[in-house]
Ligand binder design. Structure first.
Ligand code: SF4
Length: 454
């Protein structure tokens, strides 16, 4: 396949390996944030890691080139399953977003040059990446139930304590196909200590390269961990401003809404384009139950503070700060979908500003994935979404992210349950975390508790 237009239209093709690099919270270089098990490896099977390697080492590694080759040959990567699952239920995937968005922002000629060059040069890409995803450590103040040790130090502490002291928890993790990362070694303590406690994000090798890359970058996604707590995110934003690139590149953050501080607000106000995704997974008790340590009043107050910023405009396309609510759809919040939608709608009406709600569909761990839910809960969820569509869809544009998400969840809920046999793991896991966190499923989410146990 050498025709450029048919390559980029292929369902297997994604621009990521031509424009983007990611450093995960352990310093490992990875294909992208939603890819599974796609840590870039050297020929000797060791990982590329920013504590000892530059991004340019992995950019044209044989592993990266193998991803490019497969995509150019129209072969779907196993690592990209979460994008294909989203597309199956009609949710716009990251692949589709990136392909569409970057064709516009980088321009067709530039994209074409990168692809053609790689085709003619053994899958190498000469130009630098323009889009970085940087996770400079796993410092976080929360311990969300669906998150994992690599994204939160709080979870790592709880996880290793449970692994040592609780045989039932071990049993869940003996069955690794139902758990978090595909590679079970990633959540073992030795691996974690070797990779997470190295403070790799302080290395001069990394900072020299990041500073050198600034003039080439168009977009940087800073998360973690909680990006507003990670001090090196501030250092990087300041470095961009000092060099005068704050009006030339855009930044994106995923924040948990617990720490919207003045230093953060002051720094982001100096950039021409910022995207802030605020993760909210339930309203009130629901959010506090799923997102351990969160306090609804604080999250709500901070969200309203963001909504009231002058840089969040009524016209979304012209808004220097683009605000989203991200809700990770999982078992725990499947009956909270309408509350989440109503919350966003009410904020929009109150502040007269356009924001969207994006339902992110959780894949792993499988026992928190909605595939385990029974027919009755599915029907109830669809009814709630229909209620929202009847009441409020006229307030959203036809092609809005919110409506796309709602229809995707409806489609997902219309499917037959796929993993009912994992319900016992869900119940065990929930009980173990409840004990560890002094919470109670039946009190926090009474309706879901009853419907699961019927
Ligand atoms: S298809 Fe999806 S998972 Fe694969 S590289 Fe692109 S965005 Fe990442």
């Amino acid at each position: 396949m050498t025709d450029y237009k048919s390559i980029i239209k292929s369902n297997a093709f994604c621009l990521v390996p031509w424009i983007h690099q990611m450093i995960d919270t352990s310093g490992a270089h990875k294909l992208c944030c939603v890819s599974q098990g796609a840590i870039l490896k050297k020929d000797d099977d060791s990982d590329y890691n920013s504590s000892r390697n530059e991004l340019k080492d992995s950019w044209n590694s044989n592993h990266m080139k193998s991803f490019r080759k497969k995509m150019l040959d129209g072969i779907k990567l196993d690592e990209c399953d979460s994008c294909y699952s989203d597309e199956r239920v009609g949710r716009t995937s990251l692949r589709q977003n990136i392909n569409g968005g970057w064709l516009n922002s980088l321009g067709e000629e530039e994209i074409k040059d990168r692809i053609i060059y790689s085709l003619q040069n053994n899958y190498e890409v000469l130009a630098s990446p323009v889009y970085l995803d940087l996770r400079l450590g796993n410092l976080c103040n929360l311990k969300c139930r669906m998150c994992h040790p690599f994204s939160s130090k709080q979870i790592a502490d709880e996880h290793y304590s449970l692994l040592k002291n609780n045989p039932d928890y071990n049993e869940i993790y003996d069955s690794m196909d139902i758990a978090w990362p595909n590679d079970s070694s990633l959540i073992q303590e030795d691996y974690y200590n070797d990779n997470m406690n190295s403070e790799w994000y302080e290395s001069n090798l990394l900072w020299d390269e990041l500073i050198e890359m600034i003039p080439h970058l168009k977009r940087v996604y800073l998360t973690g961990g909680e990006p507003t707590l990670i001090k090196n995110n501030y250092k990087f934003m300041e470095a961009i401003i000092e060099r005068g690139y704050n009006k030339k590149l855009s930044l994106a953050f995923n924040i948990n809404g617990m720490n919207v501080n003045d230093r953060f607000l002051k720094l982001i106000s100096q950039f021409a384009e910022i995207q802030i995704n605020v993760s909210i997974d339930g309203i009130g008790t629901g959010n506090e139950y799923i997102r351990g340590n969160s306090e609804w009043e604080v999250v709500d107050t901070n969200f309203q503070k963001l909504m009231s910023l002058d840089n969040v405009k009524e016209d979304w396309h012209r808004s220097p700060i683009k605000l989203f609510v991200n809700s990770t759809i999982q078992v725990y919040n499947i009956l909270d979908v309408k509350n989440l939608l109503d919350y966003v709608t009410n904020c929009r009406l109150k502040f007269k500003k356009y924001i969207d709600l994006d339902f992110i569909l959780l894949n792993n761990p499988k026992f928190l994935n909605v595939g385990i839910l029974n027919k009755k809960i599915r029907t109830k969820c669809i009814d709630l979404l229909d209620e929202f569509l009847n009441e409020s869809s006229h307030l959203y544009k036809d092609d809005s992210i919110t409506l796309n998400s709602v229809h995707a969840v409806k489609n997902l809920m219309s499917e037959e349950p796929t993993n009912s046999h994992l319900l016992k793991y869900f119940m065990n896991y929930t009980e173990i975390l409840d004990k560890s966190r002094n919470q109670t499923f039946s009190n926090a989410l009474p309706e879901l508790y009853e419907m699961i146990n019927e």
